[in-house]
Ligand binder design. Structure first.
Ligand code: MN3
Length: 200
């Protein structure tokens, strides 16, 4: 099956003024689309052409001769996960099961904010910050470039934040910490994290 670009789960201007339509238009319509287009070119006529997105990611992870395929298909997955990790009028303290779990596993929401912000700010160069469930506990991690926790055994991603410069440069320029603060205060979609936690 061919890889497809899923539509954004909200309008291009829905995250404004935090992330503006121009950023979303380029990030989704150009960057995300390019990973889909290039991924399809690379898997065409190979054993991967008939596999699901997640199966291709797992089958190519860590294989030097498959790095081109992995980088594109993992970025297709990571970006779709990222769009759902944000919503209009999002951000702030969570509610529901994820709220109780954050308090239980990190001590407080404030500690979660500190650790997640640190993961995003200290990812050198391009990459991602993640909130995942690992062995029944919440963990925060960061991955470089296209790397995704999906490839790690017994790890379920709950939430992600893109810290590639293309995610924030038009709105925040070099101020990655301001983008991270805004992501947590105004954009993060706790409903998505709660839904992923419920399925885990
Ligand atoms: Mn991106």
């Amino acid at each position: 099956m061919a890889l497809e670009l899923p539509p954004l789960p909200y309008a291009l201007d829905a995250l404004s003024p935090y992330i503006n339509a121009n950023t979303l238009s380029i990030h989704h319509g150009k960057h995300h689309q390019a990973y889909v287009t290039n991924g399809n070119k690379l898997i065409e006529g190979t054993e991967f052409a008939s596999m699901s997105l997640e199966a291709i990611i797992k089958a190519t992870a860590g294989k030097a001769d498959k790095a081109g395929i992995f980088n594109n298909v993992a970025q297709v997955y990571n970006h779709t996960f990222y769009w759902h990790s944000m919503k209009p009028n999002g951000g702030g303290k969570p509610s529901g099961a994820i709220a109780a779990k954050i308090t239980a596993d990190f001590g407080s929401y404030e500690k979660f904010v500190e650790l997640f912000s640190q993961a995003g700010a200290t990812q050198f160069g391009s990459g991602w910050a993640w909130l995942c469930l690992q062995g029944g506990k919440l963990v925060i991690s960061k991955t470089p470039n296209a790397e995704t926790p999906l490839t790690q055994a017994l790890v379920t991603p709950l939430l992600t934040m893109d810290v590639w410069e293309h995610a924030y440069y038009l709105d925040f320029q070099n101020r990655r910490p301001d983008y991270i603060k805004t992501f947590l205060a105004n954009l993060v979609n706790w409903d998505f994290a709660n839904a992923n936690l419920a399925k885990a």
